[in-house]
Design a protein around this ligand. Sequence first.
Ligand code: XUL
Ligand code: CO
Length: 438
Amino acid sequence: MKEYFEGIGKIAYEGPDSTNTLAFKYYDANKVVAGKPMKDHMRFAMSYWHTMTGGGNDPFGLPTMERSYNELEGMELSKARVDAAFEIMTKLGIEFFCFHDLDIAPEGDSLQEKLDNLDVIVELIEAKMKDTGIKCLWGTTNGFSNPRFMHGASTSPNADSFAFAAAQVKKAIEITHRLGGENYVFWGGREGYETLLNTDVALENDNFARFLHMAKDYANKIGFTGQFLIEPKPKEPTKHQYDFDTMTVLGFLRKYDLQDVIKMNIEANHATLAGHTFQHELLMSRINGVLGSIDANQGDMLLGWDTDQFPTNIYDATMCMYEVLKNDGIAPGGLNFDAKLRRGSFKPDDIFIGYIAGMDTFARGLEIAAKLLEDRVLEDFVQNRYRSYNEGVGKDIVDGKADFESLAAYALKHDHIEMESGRQEMLEDIVNRYIHRA
Ligand code: XUL
Ligand code: CO
C-alpha cells in the first residue's frame, strides 16, 4: 500500500530530554497516572476536517498545504485521504477520529449522489478501522458550508433548508452508528442570526428544538445509543450563535425538555470567544453533569476569532485535565484536536509536529493535575474557605431551615463580621510550583 508520509515512522516516546522533533517528550501512552494509562485519560482523536481536508486557505489567500494526494480530485481524493488519515493516526498512536459527512466524501450534484458517495467511503473507513483498531469518537454533519445553509440549517427561514439538513443529519447518524461512533455532535454552524431586523428568534429556537427531538427519535429508532452532544460557540460564522455557552445551552435544553438527551462538547477556543476561560466552560458542564467531550485547541488572545491552534498552553491543559479528573474521566467522550496548522506550517511533517505538541502538552497537564489533586492543594483550601456552612447559621441555610426573619434576627446579633483573605496570589503561585515541579 502507498505510504503518504514517507520518512516518518511510528512516533515513539523518548522522554523530556529528547530533542527529536518527531518524538513524544511527555506522552507515554501506557504510563499509568492516577490509576490508568495516559491514553485512557485523554482518548485523543484526530479531526478529519482540519487534518485531511484543511488547505491552509484564509480569507486573503489560497491553500498552502503541501500533500502528496493534492493532485487527485473527487472520489479519488476522498479515497486517498482515508488511507492517509489512518496512516497518520497509526503513526501517532491516536486511537479515535471525528468527522463531518462533508470531510469524507464530495457533495455530488444531488442529495442522492451525496448519500451514495458517503456509502462508498464509509465502507473503506470501516475496513481500515477493522485493520487498525482505530475507533470513531464522533460523527457530525456539515450544515454550514453550502449556500443552502446561508441563513441557517434547522434555524433557516426556509423550510426546504430545514428538510435538507434533516436528511443530512439522518444519514450522518446512520454512518456514525455503522462506524460504532460513541458520540454524535451538533455544532450549530449557522444556527444564529446576523441581524434581529429580519429574524424570528422565537420560531428559530422552537425549530432548533424540534430538529433535535427528531434527531433523537431517529437515533432511538435505529438503535444508536451514542451520546448526543452540543458544542457551544458564541459567534462566528454568525454574529450571534444560539448555542452561546454552556449555561445558555443548558437553559435552552431545559426549556425544550432536552436536558436528559444532550450533553456538551466543550471547545477551548469557543470558551474564550464567549469571554470565558476553557476551565470555566468545563467546570460549568461538570457541575451540571453534562461534560460530554472536549475539542482541544487554543485561540490567540489578541484575535477575536476562532484560530483553532494546536494547544500548547500548559496552564490551560493542566486545568482541563484537572476538570476531567474531577469528572471521573471523559469517556465516552474524548479529547479531539479540533486544531489546524498555521498557514505557514505547510509541510507534511508539520501535521505530526502539531499533534505531538498537543499530545505532549496534555500528557504533562495530566501529570500536574493528578499531583495537584493527590495533594488536595486546592480542594483543602476551598473546603476550609466554606466551613461556615458546616455548622450554626450556615448549616441552617444549607439545610433549608433558615428564612429572612431568622437570618435578620441572627445578623442583628452578629453584625461585626470577621473576613478572611481569598489568597488568590498564593494559590496561583502554588499552581505554578506544581507546573514547574510535579
Ligand atoms: C467550529 C467547530 C466545528 C465543530 C464540529 O468552530 O468547532 O469544527 O467541532 O462541527
Ligand atoms: Co469544534
